[in-house]
Ligand binder design. Structure first.
Ligand code: TA6
Length: 298
């Protein structure tokens, strides 16, 4: 019972309560819902498409092998955020009973070829194993990327996580002051001076080389809503499109939905990671329910 396959969805149910569940669509291996005791934790658009025609808008889209658009050689022709979110992953099955854990796989055998062919010469041999473990108040998403080729290649990885909040204007994110910020709205690079990040307009920032000892917390009206721990993921993207940008995003509904979401995205995106033949790279995002506010010094 903890693992069910329903059409293109894999549903994991907690061993202790049926109200704690995670739903993953094979398209993009996208987690599009995570409930704790019946309460949704992630934001997914009402207009998200599940027919494979475009990436699922919301939840936890997976970004690989490029973040955004890149002019780096071998990456110029790839569409924004690469092909992982545009490919139908293979369900590899359940690997642990408790906490219930499942795995998905992506390789040149099941990748979206049209997009993949634009990465270098369309011949990079790779394997990605994506592992999802559901605990009572915690969701752990982990990735292992292996170079199965005779030559080295490069990549970015990112968990593009959309968190559900009650009101973006009551939402704060802590523990980023002192970090290097590439602000993609004002096109400036600066050191973050604000003791806490707040939202009253479009935000699209990449904080780079943030120590993984730093816990990131999404705080709403003084209460911690989400804790985000990172393993081997030094960069953090913070995104809210606000009211104008959403008008251009057809699958973002309702348009007022920008008030109910914030993306805090752990990744390896500021540099391209080089993987030599036979090498593997692993990383995890650990999301858990809030408790005390934890302010960490710079
Ligand atoms: O991660 C932030 C970001 O790169 C933004 O710049 C914004 O474009 C967002 O991702 C969504 O991208 P998408 O391709 O899903 O519309």
């Amino acid at each position: 019972m903890p693992i069910e396959i329903k059409g293109n969805d894999v549903v994991i149910t907690s061993s202790s309560t049926t109200q704690t569940q995670v739903r993953i669509n094979l398209f993009g291996a996208t987690v599009y819902s995570w409930t704790i005791a019946g309460k949704e934790q992630l934001w997914t658009s009402d207009a998200a498409l599940f027919d494979g025609s475009k990436p699922i808008r919301g939840g936890i889209p997976l970004v690989f092998p490029v973040f955004g658009k890149s002019s780096a050689p071998g990456f110029e022709k790839l569409p924004q955020h690469g092909f992982a979110r545009n490919s139908t992953w293979e369900f590899l099955g359940q690997t642990h009973a408790n906490p219930p854990t499942v795995q998905f796989g992506l390789s040149p055998d099941n990748v979206n070829r049209k997009v993949y062919n634009n990465w270098d010469n369309g011949d990079n041999e790779f394997s990605v194993i994506y592992t999802i473990a559901l605990e009572d108040e915690q969701l752990v998403t982990s990735v292992e990327i292996q170079n199965t080729d005779q030559k080295e290649w490069k990549f970015n990885w990112l968990f593009h996580t959309y968190f559900l909040v009650d009101d973006i204007e009551d939402t704060l994110i802590n523990n980023l002051p002192g970090e290097k910020c590439n602000d993609r709205v004002v096109h400036e690079i600066y050191t973050e001076k604000h003791p806490i990040i707040s939202f009253d307009q479009e935000v699209d920032r990449v904080y780079s080389d943030v120590s993984t000892d730093k816990l990131l917390q999404i705080i709403e009206l003084g209460k911690v809503k989400h804790n985000i721990k990172r393993v081997n993921l030094p960069d953090v993207v913070v995104w809210n499109p606000w009211s104008e940008i959403v008008k251009e995003v057809a699958d973002f509904e309702p348009k007022e939905g920008y008030r109910r979401m914030v993306c805090v995205e752990p990744g390896y995106v500021e540099q391209l990671k080089i993987l030599k033949p036979g090498q593997s790279w692993t990383a995890s995002q650990i999301l858990h329910k809030g408790d005390d506010i934890n302010l960490q010094a710079i």
